[in-house]
Design a protein around this ligand. Structure first.
Ligand SMILES: *[C@@H]1O[C@H](CO)[C@@H](O)[C@H](O)[C@H]1NC(C)=O
Ligand SMILES: *[C@@H]1O[C@H](CO)[C@@H](O)[C@H](O)[C@H]1NC(C)=O
Ligand SMILES: *[C@@H]1O[C@H](CO)[C@@H](O)[C@H](O)[C@H]1NC(C)=O
Ligand SMILES: *[C@@H]1O[C@H](CO)[C@@H](O)[C@H](O)[C@H]1NC(C)=O
Length: 405
């Protein structure tokens, strides 16, 4: 078509023609990207919208229309922490979204369990309010079915091991309510797992009780999320877990050496174990600075590919929980551009791209479900009260001491 026009007018210079052809092929890649996203659900591992719902509207969902574009609605449009609404998720063709059931570390030993329950309730109410946009998914099959029906699957991931208050009963209850991953720590250690900022020589990783948490998650069919954990916790989990594990929102340590990113040695182990790193889009994790672009995200994806392989990469932007976003990936509506950009890189086939957007995570979840089925003869682990952490727990805790009466 372009060639015909050129031939007819004879006026367009050669450099301009080449530029037009390049632009045309970018447009073509975007079309392929949209076709892929219609066929394979793009699954994002981490979104903190529920916490903003709590901060901005006290979880009163009736006070916000989530299908409208919140870029034009107060107070969302005036916060650097807000990027998400159902309008932009649909524009970005997001097929599965893990909503973070985030509990701040300040709530550890206080009302962490209550906050987690309230956040789960908020997401479940949100899903019920917008049945034409989304539905709750608790399995790989459900994600695919919801996506096939033209809707986005909503998934629950609990962020912060302190949210279970060292209780496997609470863990099981979160699973019953639909939670399909638990991030073992946030920015604090729990009595049984260490977080990322503990200096490496002092890291204890998982305690014996922590190992029981992982075993119980294997039995339940819940994915262990290692974002925010210390390197020793990562190693310990990889040694104990019978199912593959995930990083819901982390990037590559080799490209930005903060403790939230995954070191190459762990990437290699993770690959052998069958797990996935869902790449975070936080500028501070991408470049270790304030500024980043879509190309930095690609660089992290390609690094993880070189070290772990294309089967172990996913996407976990972390929108609504970050205050600096890459140029070109400002919110979830931009996802098709990322997919198009990857399609334009050397060495990336459509099949590779399908894995990164969703098939890799689906594989991990299916393996976790198979492990659960494999362990179905096992009984729930009964470990309360907790002998190894009892004193610590009682002394720090706003809790009823059974020994008093
Ligand atoms: C919410 O916003 C959408 C998009 O602007 C609009 O179509 C819809 O009518 C609104 N819903 C309500 C209840 O106001
Ligand atoms: C945010 O949206 C409100 C309308 O709800 C508008 O009055 C205000 O100017 C917007 N603020 C920004 C920074 O765009
Ligand atoms: C990260 O690398 C920089 C140099 O590139 C170095 O100064 C810094 O100490 C490193 N930080 C960590 C946590 O390893
Ligand atoms: C870096 O980002 C800041 C805002 O986050 C922006 O004001 C500044 O222009 C950016 N600098 C460059 C070199 O892009």
């Amino acid at each position: 078509m372009i060639l015909l026009v050129v031939a007819a007018t004879g006026l367009i210079s050669v450099p301009l023609l080449l530029r037009d052809m390049a632009r045309g092929s970018a447009q073509h890649r975007l079309q392929i990207a949209r076709k892929i996203l219609a066929q394979v659900p793009l699954i994002d591992g981490h979104n903190d919208f529920p916490w903003n719902a709590r901060r901005f509207v006290y979880n009163k969902l009736q006070s916000v229309n989530l299908t409208s574009d919140l870029r034009h609605v107060r107070p969302w449009n005036e916060s650097v922490w807000s990027h998400t609404d159902l309008f932009r998720l649909r524009e970005g063709m997001v097929g599965g979204q893990f909503w973070s059931i985030y509990v701040p570390c300040g709530a550890q030993y206080l009302d962490a369990v209550q906050i987690a329950l309230e956040q789960i309730d908020t997401v479940r109410r949100m899903v019920q309010r917008y049945p034409s946009h989304t539905a709750l998914a608790t399995s790989a099959d459900e994600i695919l079915e919801i996506h096939k029906g033209g809707r986005m699957a909503s998934l629950l991931g609990v962020e912060g091991g302190h949210a279970i208050a060292s209780s496997l009963s609470v863990l099981r209850s979160f699973h019953d309510l639909g939670a399909r991953y638990l991030t073992l720590t946030h920015t604090c250690s729990t009595p049984w797992s260490e977080y990322s900022e503990v200096p490496s020589l002092q890291q204890r990783g998982l305690t014996e009780f922590g190992e029981s948490v992982v075993r119980e998650m294997n039995r339940l069919g819940m994915v262990v999320d290692l974002s925010h954990t210390s390197t020793q916790t990562m190693r310990d989990v990889l040694a104990v877990s019978r199912a593959p594990v995930m990083f819901s929102h982390s990037s590559a340590h080799a490209l930005c050496n903060i403790s939230r990113n995954v070191p190459d040695a762990i990437l290699k182990q993770l690959a052998l174990h069958g797990g996935i790193v869902m790449v975070s889009f936080y500028n501070r994790f991408l470049t270790c600075g304030k500024n980043a672009t879509i190309h930095d995200v690609i660089a992290h994806i390609e690094h993880i590919r070189r070290v772990a392989g294309v089967d172990h990469i996913g996407l976990g932007a972390g929108y609504d929980g970050i205050d600096l976003v890459p140029e070109g990936l400002e919110d979830p509506s931009k996802y098709p551009y990322l997919v198009a950009e990857l399609l334009g890189r050397p060495g990336w086939s459509e099949a590779d791209v399908r894995k990164v957007v969703g098939l890799n995570f689906l594989r991990v979840l299916r393996k976790v479900e198979q492990t659960r089925d494999h362990l179905s003869a096992k009984k729930p682990i009964s470990l309360e009260p907790l002998p190894d952490i009892d004193e610590d727990y009682i002394n720090n805790n706003c809790t009823y001491d059974l020994r008093e009466n």
